[in-house]
Design a protein around this ligand. Sequence first.
Ligand code: T46
Length: 132
Amino acid sequence: MSLVHIIDLPMLGDDRGQLVAIEGNKQVPFDIKRVYYIYGTGSSVSRGFHAHKELEQMAVCVSGSCEMILDDGKYKETVYMNSPKQGVMVPSLVWHEMHDFSDDCVLLVFASDHYDEADYIRNYQEFLTYHK
Ligand code: T46
């Protein structure tokens, strides 16, 4: 089974331009408790390098492009993100890294819970023990 779960977001655009609406428990399969966005990341900079113990997330590249690596400790997949019409699910206990940000990349993330550093697993060896 693929690690990459893409959600096609409904486009509500018309001749004035595009509009995408995202609602919790509809397009995003959880209650949205937090939204954050990442931008201004240089192309040589990589981010992420962690998994979450409980947090569920969906990321949308609303501008530009970047790559997301998803790794469940057994399989690793890379997804190229360049569409504001597609959400990429980042489930709990999946190690994720983001690379190759374009200058205009804006990565919007919907999260199922408030920020909690205790929910992060930032050590890869420790992450692997969660899958044993
Ligand atoms: C994730 C990927 C996709 C907060 O104080 N509140 C927040 O809601 C977030 C997301 C971060 N922070 C603080 C924690 C760090 O001191 O902001 C700083 C940068 O966060 P971090 O180094 O974790 O950033 P990324 O880009 O490596 O990871 C982020 C999210 O933290 C993470 O949950 O899944 O984006």
